[in-house]
Design a binder for this molecule. Sequence first.
Ligand SMILES: Cc1cc2nc3c(=O)[nH]c(=O)nc-3n(C[C@H](O)[C@H](O)[C@H](O)COP(=O)(O)O)c2cc1C
Length: 536
Amino acid sequence: MPPAAELETVLRYHERTKHHFHRYAAGPRALDWANQPDPFRRYAGAPLVRLARLTPDDEPRSPPYEAIYLPHGARRAPLNLASLSRLLEYSLSLTAWKQAGGARWALRANPSSGNLHPTEGYVLIALPELGAPGLFHYAPREHALERRAEYAPESCERLLRALPPEAFLVGLSSVHWREAWKYGERAFRYCQHDIGHAIGALRIAAASLGWTALLLDGTPDETIARLLGLDRDADYAGAERESAEALLAVWPGAGSGALPLAVDEITPERWYGSANRLSRDEPVPWNIIDDAAGATRRIRGQGQNYRPPKDTAIVTLAPNSPPAGAIIHQRRSLLACDGKTAIGAARFYRMLERTSWMDALPWPPAIHFALFVHRVEGIEPGLYALARDAAKLELLRASMHREFAWTRPPGCPETLALYLLQAGDARELASQVSCQQDIAGDGAFSLGMLAEYQGTLVANGPWFYRRLYWEAGAIGQVLYLEAEAAGVRATGIGCFYDDPVHEVYGLAGLAFQSIYHFTVGGYVDDPRLTTLPPYE
Ligand SMILES: Cc1cc2nc3c(=O)[nH]c(=O)nc-3n(C[C@H](O)[C@H](O)[C@H](O)COP(=O)(O)O)c2cc1C
């Protein structure tokens, strides 16, 4: 497909999957429970390596949560099977089982729209404790690695040679059907949000080990599919396919200024295993998702938007920090707000600042915030805007209602381009535009993530559509943990009325589009739910 046609396909997908006050994006008429996809992929015949289930006291131990925001704050853990286990525990593992009546479901370190978990994780690594260098699929229910492929040591070395010492690869893929089963056409968006959350979770987990994680953004999707074995038809006979998404380099230590953003294909000596079938019946086809996936493919030779990892020093650290591992394990989406808890302004500013710490994505920030502030002590309730890249402030200002005030809230750090647009009670409005969900109006604040939309798609290519969601998801992961650290809780909100949000802020045209909502606030637990440990 020529690029112009691909761009049109993406714009059409986005337009068509908007929710409107009186019409939702197309989805299944009823949920076919008997055909619900299994959230756990396994590869039959693949040798399984169980990872140690570490206690908080086992090495590597978690640093204080605050330390992950310092460039060299967390002690650098050596790369071995225990630290790899920690990395996966803090990013993709189960963190609890929930039970209500006869129903039981698992929660993970990474959140997922509808808890459907379309994201699969892979590790390509040369680690003596694992035997021959290889590609492994991560099985979260077992906290284990399934060996998918075996490499000759010299070809693995060739693959990783341009990366820092001891670097290994983490690959992510999506099973679109897992989300489409429930959400229909809008599901492609949710799969991309979830990839962003997984990238964010991996970056945070790496930081807790004193490691770095960086998206190898120049690697074509075809290469990722080959490296992860997703193109092997025979291994997916009768099983739902996975779409190649992201490839990250992870290594012990800090960032380096000159990193390649792509790796080449290498051929393994041997493959193992065949994928399980996830649904009883054939997936229901949602052609528009296939179209969007096809149009947003990253192909060889497309431009790269590389930005070396920046100095991630955050100057304001909260005192008495609990361990990062505790915050990661306790992260949950709030189900209902208490409608009264407020947070302090300093905490609010720090939360917003920290969304800029996320450095796993090698492009300048393309997501800004349209905020609905309800209960932040010391600042007025109302509508606010945050330019996450101060260079975009004027563009944002020029795109919004002319009558907005653009005044600085009291005590706001210079480095934070946060502005009050209009004071007032925005609680009802916030809920209304978030598909009437009370959680958006009853918390301390909620926000819409405004993507620099058409401009970035034209400048970079339609593949950047997926990246916008990844950035939104990765930011969301920081907000989730920041909320837990502040004693409140957050929830990602994928259900919102797209254009009504734009109208609130006066955003016309396609310069900005809200692509993800978030709420943060005091929460009330559901007493009917029992919590069980993640692993026996
Ligand atoms: C992309 C995304 C969209 C979500 N949308 C909503 C939403 O619209 N409303 C809601 O109540 N929860 C929403 N959630 C929260 C999920 O339901 C929640 O992450 C999932 O049930 C797993 O629970 P946990 O976050 O506690 O692990 C969303 C989560 C993600 C990641």
